[in-house]
Design a protein around this ligand. Structure first.
Ligand SMILES: [Fe+2]
Ligand SMILES: [Fe+2]
Length: 475
């Protein structure tokens, strides 16, 4: 499959892209590239997860751990933020704050109670009315421990579940699950102590903090912070290994230079990681769809349902199996750019302000950007980036003319809007199937391709006749 899809007007040609197994690419490289989407949700500078992966693996090597344990550490540190999107909506609700900058800033406070309180006073509800702000702060002061325990539990358990869907072993799942536990028992969600915390978690936490403080204040700041938490947050043995490992020139050169990808792929766990076949790539795309959908309660299940509706249209229109599989991946990942948009905007009841619209309308461009950087998904980036375009040229972000909107995009757009209409939204309840089709019909030729709408109607009608429909309200 070439990178550039032929630009077709509607149904002139049905191309047959076939997803190709990529023997030269392994799971470590694919996840390294996708981890940039996790950095966006965490408000971290690009490459944070990859740098944590490098630091964690260097510490593990210094500790003389086995090849198997190093592999667990490599993937725990790389994927530690898989559950990151799952607590974003709750952070906005509780702290009346922008989840992305909140998460970024929360990681740089020094861990003391005074610093935490100062942070809450500074951060909570800066854009809200005074009364709401006081109420939010009082709630956090009264229930702060329980609230942060709940946020961390959601995030870490969700991350572990997604790692399981990506076929990682229990050691990696547990490494992610217990990431926020501290050596002295002051961590969350269980307050585990010492060696009751998996070694992969203990190392990944040091790696995470080292990268954040290094980015903020350089090598000395990272060293000082890691030493300051020795024996409290951090396992002393892990801190000592960090202090030895960081003396090697390559340790910092790798994360300060622009060849981190090469350094990572030279590491043994990357070289020995599983090769990708098409089924595995599908599983990883589906797992990332879950990361995307977990961002907001209003998008739960959206990417998977859009994938189903897109595939139903594609089947109805006679696309072959390889082409359908390729298009399903585009559908699973079409909204990955939403990870870069704050939940304060995504979940806002009522009409967004103009500046908020600009942010919302940027998400397809973010989707295209993210996918373009992932070799195996590069040829999906134009499809994902165009899913809010319209045939009359009034869509976004590019305002493409109909001749430039390929038929795969037309299928995805109809599926996307059909799901948006038939699911609850912050500002309205779900519509029935016939109400949704009435809206699609009205915009045939201006927004939507009539052949795609007709195909979806036939497919949904058959689904109803078979008695199996994904949470649709009929009427
Ligand atoms: Fe979208
Ligand atoms: Fe969507």
């Amino acid at each position: 499959m070439s990178n550039a899809l032929p630009l077709m007007s509607a149904w002139s040609v049905v191309a047959t892209p076939v997803p190709t197994d990529a023997p030269s690419l392994n799971v470590a490289e694919l996840l390294g590239a996708l981890s940039h989407a996790l950095d966006l949700t965490e408000g971290q500078p690009k490459g944070h997860c990859q740098r944590a992966c490098w630091i964690g693996t260097q510490i593990g090597m210094q500790m003389g751990l086995t090849a198997e344990a190093l592999s667990d550490i490599y993937f725990t540190a790389l994927l530690k933020d898989l559950g990151c999107s799952s607590n974003a909506a709750r952070i906005c609700e509780l702290y009346l704050a922008d989840d992305i900058s909140f998460k970024r800033d929360f990681k740089t406070i020094d861990g003391s109670l005074a610093a935490a309180l100062r942070f809450v006073m500074d951060k909570t509800g800066i854009q809200s009315g005074f009364a709401e702000r006081v109420r939010a702060i009082l709630n956090i002061l009264r229930n702060g421990g329980e609230i942060s325990r709940e946020l961390i539990e959601t995030r870490c358990h969700r991350g572990a579940d997604i790692a399981a869907k990506m076929r990682f072993p229990a050691e990696v799942q547990d490494g992610i699950r217990w990431l926020d536990e501290h050596w002295d028992g002051s961590g969350k969600p269980e307050g585990r102590v010492g060696e009751a915390i998996p070694v992969a978690s203990r190392i990944a936490l040091v790696a995470q903090v080292a990268d954040i403080f290094h980015k903020e204040g350089g090598r000395a700041a990272a060293r000082a912070e890691i030493l300051a938490r020795r024996g409290t947050w951090f396992d002393p043995a892990v801190v000592d290994a960090f202090m030895s490992a960081e003396k090697r020139a390559v340790f910092w050169q790798a994360i300060e230079g622009d060849a981190l990808d090469r350094h990572l792929s030279d590491l043994a766990p990357a070289r020995s990681s599983a090769p990708l076949d098409d089924d595995y790539v599908d599983d990883i795309a589906a797992a990332f769809a879950d990361v995307i959908d977990a961002k907001s309660p209003f998008t739960a299940g959206h990417s998977r349902r859009v994938t189903l509706f897109t595939d139903m249209i594609a089947e109805e229109m006679g696309l072959d199996a390889g082409h359908r599989r390729w298009l399903r991946r585009a559908a699973l990942l079409h909204d990955i750019g939403k990870l870069a948009v704050s939940n304060q905007i995504l979940d806002k009841p009522g009409r967004p302000e103009e500046s908020e619209w600009i942010s919302i309308r940027s998400h397809p461009a973010h989707s295209a950007d993210i996918l373009r950087q992932v070799a195996i998904f590069r040829d999906l980036s134009d499809i994902a980036g165009a899913h809010h375009e319209r045939l009359d040229g009034k869509g976004y972000p590019l305002g493409l003319a109909s001749a430039d909107i390929v038929f795969e995009v037309r299928m995805l757009t109809v599926a996307d809007v059909f799901d948006a209409l038939t699911a609850d939204r912050p500002y309205r309840k779900a519509m029935t199937v016939s109400e949704a089709f009435a809206i699609l019909d009205k915009d045939i030729g201006t927004a939507f391709d009539g052949d795609c709408v007709a195909a979806l109607k036939r497919a949904v009608g058959r689904l109803a006749a078979d008695g199996g429909a994904p949470a649709l309200v009929w009427g």
